[in-house]
Design a protein around this ligand. Structure first.
Ligand code: SF4
Ligand code: SF4
Ligand code: FES
Length: 240
């Protein structure tokens, strides 16, 4: 093998298809997204993939790289290339494939809506800013999950999503947890009702794949554990 050559196998097709091999030059500091972009521009303009910001903010560039879900704009080839110098790129798992490396995100974001993953100020929001001390327990819990970029890496890594396509999944549940801790929000009970259903937080078996792979170092596993505690605490209050 030429040391300056990078061999890349890329999934072509939808649910059915095959890998296609490309060879491009290795470059210092090259990212996986650089590789895909070069192949699309120089070798095959019909290759489909998705990106926007290239700096780890938009969440659109995630793929499976040598077997693991990753954001590709912030993943250097040198970190992930295998011992034989190959890169294998596939679309995210647990999503329908639109074409090649581009996946359908609609169901993923519909689940955010289903989990009430939006701020609800109620019919009469207070006019002034809420004062939420940075050291408060609620603020710290919300801050721990707030930097999610919606990349789908955790969802792709979760085997409960693979078994149960209706499971809300780590990203939607993490978002719900940030809102359960938002002291301004007015639909805490409705949100806890939804996330405590059979496709909600109780379905998580805590094996941590989401937390292991999240590129933003968020721990959806802990957010989901927080939801389980909140649901339990609320039911004990109701029973008493
Ligand atoms: S900890 Fe829960 S949500 Fe995260 S990957 Fe495992 S089962 Fe899925
Ligand atoms: S929790 Fe992490 S892995 Fe999941 S969508 Fe958000 S940023 Fe991506
Ligand atoms: S292109 Fe925006 S996060 Fe990678």
């Amino acid at each position: 093998m030429n040391a300056a050559t990078l061999n890349v196998d890329i999934w072509r097709g939808t649910e059915t298809g095959q890998f296609e091999a490309f060879a491009i030059s290795r470059r210092e500091h090259q990212t996986v997204l650089d590789v895909v972009t070069e192949i699309q521009r120089e070798h095959d303009p019909t290759l489909s993939y998705r990106f926007a910001c290239r700096v780890g903010m938009c969440g659109s560039c995630a793929m499976v790289v040598n077997g693991r879900p990753r954001w590709t704009c912030r993943t250097r080839v040198a970190e992930v290339v295998d011992a034989s110098g190959r890169l294998k790129l596939e679309p995210l798992r647990n999503f329908a494939v639109v074409k090649d490396l581009a996946v359908e995100m609609t169901q993923f974001f519909d689940k955010w809506k289903e989990a009430r993953g939006f701020f609800e100020p109620g019919p009469a929001p207070q006019a002034d800013f809420a004062v939420v001390p940075p050291v408060s327990r609620e603020r710290q819990a919300a801050d721990a999950g707030i930097e999610c970029i919606g990349c789908g890496v955790c969802y792709s890594a979760c085997d409960v999503v693979a078994w149960d396509p209706d499971y809300l999944g780590p990203a939607a549940l993490n978002r719900a947890w940030t809102l359960v801790n938002d002291v301004r929000d007015q639909i805490r009970d409705a949100r806890l009702n939804v996330v405590s259903g059979s496709d909600g937080c109780q379905a998580c078996h805590t094996h941590m794949s989401c937390t292991t792979f999240c590129p933003k170092a968020i721990a959806p596993t802990y957010s989901i554990a927080g939801l389980k505690r909140a649901v339990l605490a609320r039911s004990l209050r109701v029973v008493r």
